[in-house]
Write a protein that binds this ligand. Structure first.
Ligand code: SIN
Length: 358
């Protein structure tokens, strides 16, 4: 599967990949009700046309439509396609940087996916991948998409002095590491940058980047991109008042390979889950513990000693921990195939245990 193959571009350029989202959305009555709209209606070319006169003449842009969806419908094979497209494009010496227009609902997942699979390669090449989107559809009177897209293109194409290559998110005049994107507000214009536990989002200005090199220094290698159907099945379960043992037990024997437990507070879960989680671990189901609060860190053995084999998620929110666990399970399988005896925990530890900056 390959998005619109294009003849090779022979000049240095910024590649803009369209994934859909509200930035490409249209409202039927934008003046009266801009929040009633359909995402993924306009193609990437049409979005670029809206900002054409603000693009410096010497800056060459090339666009490709990878998908045009509402990102709540994002699939794992589509993530694989995006990852492969990004890897191939990074390898192209004519590509200076990459901008991705994406729905904000699951930018969190795509951000961490790209960081974990392409981040080191981008960093080594000194190229930036910038994810952006919008909270208002393209035809809303106050549409935020054009300025976000322009910021992303500028950020992808500015010299590297203060900002290393890597994967970033840009919205509403602010930026963060893509692995810190997390939509924690339904409507705010900077919704995907609402909670950034391992580094604070900052104005698009290199001053916030003081901690980026520390995080990137901890990144030793990219994890393999699972092929479309190779993605392990991992679910997120939330602990809450009245949690039942059956919530865990009903996944036994059905093909689930991992569970991310979104615990309360500091990542503890309901005692009703203890016995079935012990059984899950015995059955080889990978267990990761995180916090449903949406902020802060989840530490190993706090508030109680972890069940054998269960890992704390560090700064990873539940959606991010889920992608990280899927990639870690897949990486362990690939390593085992070539005779390396590594476990998913070996890979997950490299992701979850990062230096604290802020
Ligand atoms: C989507 O995620 O595709 C819709 C919502 C948005 O982009 O803000």
């Amino acid at each position: 599967m390959s998005p619109n193959p294009m003849p090779p571009e022979k000049t240095s350029h910024i590649l803009v990949l369209g994934m859909g989202g509200t930035i490409a959305g249209l409202a039927s009555n934008p003046g009266k009700d801009p929040l009633s709209y359909k995402a993924g209606e306009l193609g990437i070319e049409a979005l670029l046309e809206k900002i054409q006169e603000d693009i410096p003449g010497e800056l060459k842009l090339v666009s490709r439509q990878v998908a045009n969806i509402n990102s709540r419908n994002l699939t794992e094979p589509l993530l694989s396609l995006l990852g492969q497209t990004v890897m191939e494009s990074l390898a192209n010496t004519m590509v200076r940087g990459i901008v991705i227009t994406h729905g904000t609902d699951t930018m969190e997942e795509t951000g961490v996916f790209l960081q974990l699979t392409c981040g080191k390669y981008a960093q080594n090449l000194g190229k930036r991948i910038i994810i952006t989107g919008a909270m208002l559809p393209a035809n809303a009177p106050e549409a935020d998409g054009p300025s976000n897209l322009l910021d992303a293109i500028r950020w992808a194409s500015t010299p590297l002095d203060n900002c290393p290559g890597g994967v970033y998110g840009v919205m509403a005049g602010r930026a963060c590491l893509a692995m810190d994107l997390s939509k924690r507000h339904a409507t705010a214009l900077n919704a995907p940058l609402q909670a950034s536990p391992s580094s604070s989002a900052g104005l698009i200005n290199p001053s916030w980047l003081f901690g980026v090199k520390a995080v990137q220094g901890a990144w030793s290698e990219d994890l393999p991109i699972p092929k479309g159907e190779e993605w392990p099945w991992v679910e997120i379960l939330t602990s809450h008042a009245g949690s039942r043992p059956e919530t865990i037990a009903r996944w036994f024997g059905g093909g689930v390979e991992g569970l991310v437990l979104a615990g309360s507070g500091i990542g503890g879960f309901h005692d009703a889950w203890l016995t079935p989680l012990g059984e899950a671990a015995k059955q080889g189901i990978a267990l990761v513990r995180t916090s449903r609060t949406g902020g802060g860190l989840t530490y190993p053995d706090i508030p109680e000693k972890d069940l054998a084999g269960c890992m704390a998620s560090g700064s990873l929110s539940a959606p991010r921990a889920r992608i990280a666990l899927q990639l870690a399970i897949n990486a362990a399988k690939q390593a085992n195939l070539v005779g390396k005896s590594l476990t998913w925990q070996d890979f997950f530890a490299r992701i979850a245990v990062l230096p604290l900056i802020g």
